[in-house]
Write a protein that binds this ligand. Structure first.
Ligand code: FAD
Ligand code: EPU
Length: 305
């Protein structure tokens, strides 16, 4: 019996773990941009010690929840959320590694929300990550996916990554990883706890102009609850265009809809279930003649419930 589940599985008040992490049974829908997902035991970890304890049992790591389709039954594993100091940032230039052109910052926690970080970098006149404007991720999740747009991606601005696994903590550089489009090369459940950024000094107005330009590409994206694009672009072709050409815009299952604005976005009309989204993904796979890799992450993976 899960000690955090009350009668009928209802949430009970938060507990503190052995090392002081706050542990609470919560609906994951609260943490996802799709607004779907049942309950799990959420561990809010604020230190490496608390993280190590959370990782003693099967776990998943939750970032901004902006790429997740979580089952209505929730997940049985511990769900780790980086909080406190692991969601703080030190953007002070490291004098040993910075010069008139380049800045290497202090540590930026994996739990830092990316949109606020991008705005702050713009004000400081630090350029390199502005192509990721509008991505509603946390830094750790965005690094793990190498989130980006055609105007830039996370690996454009990384100097060092700290990665924690049950075996220990290590620091790597982008050159140590086999990264590419929407892929960091970091295995699943290896946790990006913090990164140091490597950015170019620029006028704040110049950075702002680049952000505005990249943001223009989002004008046609839906504004409703969604986990963003469902499929990666195969061979650089827009998956949205392919889904659109298959005549699937506006297809609806339950309360999930293939967005009329952009066919690679599935939106929640209100009260959608994970099964509704899965059915639309199956429809797309069935109708689009080109093989496409899923960008959304399904918790749990189908067939693995
Ligand atoms: P989550 O959705 O919480 O998790 C995604 C994966 O990352 C999971 O496997 C999770 O375990 C893992 N993860 C999370 N945190 C960590 C961590 N600290 N260490 C290791 N692994 C971790 N994506 C783009 O690339 N480009 C876009 O332009 C874009 N636009 C979007 C627009 C909207 C409106 C929305 C809702 C989404 C968009 N996305 C886009 C998708 C999404 O924002 C990215 O995939 C992002 O990288 C997900 O990060 P997250 O922190 O929300 O991770
Ligand atoms: N198009 C259609 N119909 C559609 C959607 C797109 O014809 O339903 C056409 C557009 O008219 C345009 C072309 O396809 O000519 C490209 O469309 P868009 O500019 O929207 O780019 P995309 O390749 O579909 C990618 C990323 C987005 C990112 C945008 C903007 C992927 C899978 N998608 O979309 O990333 O925001 O570029 O840079 O790489 C995400 O990954 O979650 C995501 C939202």
């Amino acid at each position: 019996m899960d000690p955090l589940a009350g009668p009928g599985g209802a949430a009970v008040t938060a507990l503190l773990s052995r090392t002081g992490a706050r542990v609470e049974r919560l609906p994951l829908s609260r943490f996802t941009t799709l607004g779907v997902g049942g309950e799990a035991e959420v561990w809010f970890v604020e230190s490496h010690e608390q993280l190590a304890e959370a990782m003693e049992q099967p776990y998943r790591i939750l970032g901004g929840g902006s790429n997740l389709v979580i089952a209505d039954e929730g997940v049985p594993e511990r769900v780790i959320r980086l909080s406190g100091p692991l969601a703080e940032r030190d953007l002070t230039p490291d004098p040993a590694l910075s010069d008139d052109t380049w800045v290497v910052t202090g540590w930026v926690g994996g739990g830092v929300p990316l949109p606020g970080l991008i705005r702050q970098l713009q004000k400081l006149g630090l350029s390199g990550l502005e192509g990721t404007v509008g991505i509603p991720a946390q830094v750790g999740g965005a690094v793990w996916m190498n989130a980006g747009t055609r105007y830039g991606e996370m690996f454009d601005g990384l100097h060092t990554l700290e990665i924690v696994t049950p075996e220990g903590t290590r620091q790597v550089t982008p050159d140590d990883l086999n990264w590419g489009y929407r892929d960091s090369g970091i295995p699943r459940n290896h946790i990006v706890t913090r990164v140091r950024l490597r950015l170019r000094r620029a006028a704040p107005e110049e950075v702002l102009a680049k952000m505005d330009f990249a943001d223009q590409a989002r004008k046609g994206q839906p504004k409703m609850k969604t986990p963003g694009c469902a499929f990666k672009n195969p061979g650089g072709v827009s998956a949205g265009k392919l889904i659109d050409e298959a005549g699937l815009k506006g297809s609806r299952v339950g309360n999930a809809l293939i967005a009329p604005e952009h066919a690679n976005f599935i939106v929640n009309l209100g009260g959608a279930s994970a099964a509704d989204v899965h059915a639309l993904l199956a429809l797309i796979r069935d109708r689009v003649p080109v093989p496409m890799e899923l960008e959304y992450e399904l918790w749990p993976a189908p067939g693995n419930a």
